[in-house]
Design a binder for this molecule. Structure first.
Ligand SMILES: [Zn+2]
Length: 450
């Protein structure tokens, strides 16, 4: 598809790219290449274990331990089995007061802390989950699951350096586990360290040679390393900007592209009220290299790095500026901690692009196939109905614009702040003084009254 046929359509499809990539699903356009689903952040969302693998031990048979201590441990195990990890933590802690260094009790406490953290993060309180996981690895530095979840939530919260430090500590501590190695290799790739990334993923493959996903990822990272071997990197204030020094179009445009990047960053950061600390890798690619891993209809992808195709810079400059704002919005929103609904992602990413001068009619917004935001929460990428996709983007944008007009420009910053320790529903009520459903009803009413 010629991406310049229609700006609206192009924006529409581009918009899908970030979501598609993140969720690792097929796109909705039917004709795009089948995406590799294993790249970078997508796999952080996959859980290697649904329950702790280091099962609490009941092997407290040493004669020196008091019956009371054995009873507390047994009750703790029972609480864990009953899905009450919070109670289990209290019971193991009580047992440890009687035998502070008892290794089995410490192991059980760590498992209970991890189980509690998983529950808490599901409820939206990423901040408390991180505290619990930090305690778990301190109590038992051999708990692979604790390290996995700690690093996973830190990555989701924009704390890449901390995640890296914990994974490196775990690996240095002898926890050579394929899941931890895979995550560390992906971080190295996100940071553009492809030699390191390939070395680490190969260690993971050796540990778990039957895992086909690991083989695929290793092959992909190896191919990337070859492709980017001759690329150079320029550092700007917030980005590592990577390019092929033999590409005359990109080399000539690079100084302006880097200025555009920083300008886009300032706009996005002020729109969202969030200032991530992690540097972002941006890779400028010609069409052939870009298409290697991207759907044919897209012009930019965010997969932990931003990849952008540059074909005819003189013609594309304004479009690229919008693209950068769109993709950087996704990038920043992926540092907030909890996964956010698709309508919020796409609404704000389009807001960040700036107005395209078109105001959709009430009919376009309200009478299409989507009847409420609830339908726009999850994955849009499997949709095949073009009208549904079009309306979803329009509706999301209009709702986000209305929120900012109605509640003030800083309202998104408030929402993201409130989200740190709460579920999305609770943070919404705290920010907007009403449930999402009630807020949406007001929005629809205002559209009808226009
Ligand atoms: Zn998007």
């Amino acid at each position: 598809m010629n991406r310049f046929v229609s700006v609206g359509l192009w924006v529409l499809l581009l918009g899908a790219a970030g979501v598609w990539w993140w969720q690792g699903r097929a796109d909705h356009s039917n004709h795009a290449q089948s995406p590799d689903t294993s790249l970078v952040h997508g796999n952080f969302e996959r859980q290697p274990f649904t329950t702790p693998t280091q099962l609490p031990s009941s092997a407290l048979e040493e004669a020196s331990l008091s019956p009371r201590l054995l009873e507390l441990n047994q009750q703790g195990l029972q609480a864990l089995a009953n899905d009450n990890p919070e109670a289990a933590v209290g019971l193991f802690e009580a047992a440890l007061e009687m035998a502070p260094e008892q290794p089995i009790l410490l192991g059980n406490l760590a498992s209970a802390l991890v189980a509690w953290a998983v529950v808490v993060q599901q409820q939206g309180d990423v901040s408390s989950a991180l505290d619990l996981l930090a305690r778990a690895v301190a109590v038992n530095p051999h708990n692979v699951v604790a390290y996995y979840w700690l690093a996973h939530l830190q990555l989701r919260s924009g704390q890449r350096d901390a995640a890296k430090a914990h994974l490196d500590a775990a690996l240095a501590n002898g926890l050579e586990h394929a899941v931890l190695l895979r995550m560390r290799a992906d971080i190295a790739a996100v940071e553009g360290q492809l030699d390191l990334s390939v070395e680490i993923i190969q260690r993971a493959v050796e540990l778990d040679p039957t895992d086909e996903k690991l083989h695929e990822r290793a092959a992909q990272l190896g191919a990337e390393r070859t492709m980017f071997a001759t690329f150079l990197t320029e550092a700007t204030a917030h980005f590592d900007s990577r390019y092929d020094p033999h590409d005359p179009i990109i080399v000539a445009a690079l100084p302006q592209l880097n200025r555009d990047l920083e300008a886009a960053w300032q706009d996005v950061v002020s729109l969202l009220g969030v200032q991530p600390q992690d540097r972002l890798l941006v890779i400028w690619l010609d069409a052939a290299r870009y298409r290697w891993q991207a759907p044919e209809w897209s012009a930019a992808l965010f997969d932990g790095r931003v990849r952008i195709v540059i074909e005819d810079y003189a013609r594309e400059q304004q479009t690229i500026r919008r693209t950068l704002r769109h993709e950087l919005t996704h990038a920043v929103m992926h540092t907030i901690g909890s996964p956010l609904p698709t309508w919020l992602h796409e609404g704000l990413a389009q807001s960040a692009e700036g107005s395209n001068g078109q105001t959709p009619s009430a009919t376009m917004l309200l009478d299409g196939p989507n009847q409420s935001l609830l339908q726009l929460d999850g994955d849009w990428t499997s949709w095949t109905d073009r009208a549904q996709v079009t309306q979803a983007y329009l509706y999301s944008l209009a709702f986000c614009e209305w929120l900012r007009a109605e509640y003030g420009q800083s309202v998104m910053a408030n929402l993201f702040l409130n989200l740190k320790e709460r579920s999305f529903a609770d943070a919404w009520v705290l920010t907007f003084g009403a449930s999402l459903t009630v807020t949406e009803t007001s929005f629809r009413q205002s559209v009808k009254n226009l």
